[in-house]
Design a protein around this ligand. Structure first.
Ligand SMILES: [Zn+2]
Length: 112
């Protein structure tokens, strides 16, 4: 089970990531354990690579909005080892959600 931490902690530990430079097609079909509780199959067309941390470390972003730090193991056949994960919080989206909640409350008040 991969450790799930807060986004703050995750960013501290994965600081210095750069946009992806390498072609990820060699990793097609390799599963990785994700912080959302599922195991995802890596696919260059479907898996979003959040950033690359140099060497053999990458941060993947899944559809459930979990970022997971994975390390590539092995040489001729690769494997992913998940090290750390966090629920991604997009500051803008988070703000929108709060606004949604507020308008929900308002409409409840009107209803009552
Ligand atoms: Zn996931």
């Amino acid at each position: 089970m991969v450790d799930v931490v807060s986004m703050n902690e995750f960013e501290q530990k994965t600081g210095g990531g750069v946009p992806l430079r390498r072609k990820m097609t060699i990793f097609e079909g390799i599963p990785y354990e994700c912080g959302c509780g599922e195991t995802h199959i890596f696919s260059p067309s479907q898996t979003r690579v959040y950033c690359e941390l140099g060497g053999r470390d990458y941060v993947f972003l899944c559809l459930n909005e979990y970022v997971t730090l994975v390390k590539v193991k092995g040489f001729s056949s690769h494997k992913f080892k998940s090290l750390l994960s966090a629920k991604l919080i997009d500051p803008i989206e988070d703000k929108n959600r709060q606004i949604d909640r507020m308008s929900d409350k308002e409409s409840e008040v009107e209803f009552l």
